[in-house]
Ligand binder design. Structure first.
Ligand SMILES: [Zn+2]
Ligand SMILES: [Zn+2]
Length: 339
């Protein structure tokens, strides 16, 4: 099979991903092999490829927003059939035994595995994944339209829940990439008023098109303006800015896995009056099922930009440089009827 492989993390402009031929992986007990049709390109992939998140193994195939078809079943896989459309997400498996797994908080598992970080992911024609952690997907819609939902969507959904925005609340979104363009649809569906703060002109245009009531720069929100906020940009300097923009009792959720240094916070300006800041760490499978239910109900429409597998590096460069709105997706083996 063809795969894009990372040997040594480096600036994405230096071309750290290489196209290789590899043996097709065999599913072990409880695993399925998936023939990949599309794999979303996430900012986390960029962090792994550039080494801000150290790869847990090398060589590594990145990619954790996989849409494909079940191709082979390992021993002991109930409930999935060959040919079925599935999604393989970031949360590859959890231990099922630790104090977090046994109390409904598997996102905080002490021994988790993540797709495209600990194990090979979807920048390839095939991958294997634990059957208990893949999602059955509807047959409707193109493979590439579903791909961004599998991380940008699921993590964004969890961030939206964590920021505790009520119906009618003024919600601020800081940064407007793949995840935020999904979250705005969830937030509007939930009756929030959404304000978007971002620099890129393309991102601002998409935010307006999707229904933001205000679109501006990161320092635009006056103190006390927002009842809830989500930080998507991996920029620690925005944390005090967003906290100051929160009303009393408001919550700032930080959606990213990596954040640059956060400046010192001033208790009175940034935290007093029961303002809360909280991180968002991975997701539970229930988050995934809830997001996919919402995606069908709203319905969520993703804005995608296709790249061939061999141009994964260019997709990551374009992501880093903010060259597209919405989300980049590698189209790998889409069936003609899917496109
Ligand atoms: Zn666990
Ligand atoms: Zn991701």
């Amino acid at each position: 099979m063809r795969a894009m492989v990372l040997e040594t993390p480096a600036d994405v402009h230096s071309g750290p991903l290489h196209a290789v031929e590899r043996p097709v992986p065999e599913p072990g007990p409880g695993e399925v092999r998936v023939q990949v049709e599309a794999c979303g390109v996430c900012r986390t992939d960029l962090h792994v490829v550039e080494g801000e998140l150290e790869p847990q193994r090398t060589p590594l195939v990145p990619g954790h927003q996989v849409v494909g078809r079940v191709e082979a079943l390992g021993p002991g896989v109930p409930g999935l059939a060959p040919g079925q459309r599935v999604g393989v997400p970031w949360l590859n498996r959890t231990c099922g035994r630790c104090r977090f797994c046994t109390t409904g908080r598997e996102n905080l598992c002490l021994e988790p595995r993540f797709t495209g970080w600990d194990v090979d992911g979807g920048y390839a024609e095939q991958l294997v994944a634990p059957a208990g952690f893949v999602y059955a997907l509807p047959e409707t819609g193109r493979a590439r339209s579903w791909a961004p939902l599998l991380c940008a969507g699921i993590i964004g959904y969890r961030a939206f829940v964590q920021c505790r925005a009520r119906r009618g609340a003024r919600l601020g979104l800081y940064g407007f990439g793949g995840s935020a363009h999904i979250v705005i649809q969830i937030a509007l569906h939930a009756g929030c008023e959404v304000r978007v703060y971002t620099r890129e002109a393309k991102h601002r245009a998409l935010a307006r098109k999707l229904g933001a009531s205000h679109v501006g720069d990161t320092r635009d929100a006056p103190p006390g303006e927002l009842e809830a906020a989500i930080l998507f940009a991996p920029v620690g300097e925005i944390v005090p800015v967003a906290l100051e923009a929160l009303d009393r009792g408001g919550t700032l959720a930080i959606a990213g896995i990596h954040l640059s240094e956060v400046p010192p916070l001033d208790y009175q300006r940034h935290l007093f009056q029961e303002r809360t800041v909280r991180s968002v760490t991975a997701n539970t499978r229930e988050d995934g099922h809830a997001l996919l239910r919402l995606a069908r109900e709203i319905p969520i429409v993703t804005q995608t930009h296709p790249y061939p597998l061999e141009e994964a590096g260019r997709a990551l460069i374009d992501l880093k440089e903010g060259r597209f709105d919405g989300a980049a997706v590698l189209e790998i083996g889409s069936r003609p009827e899917d496109s």
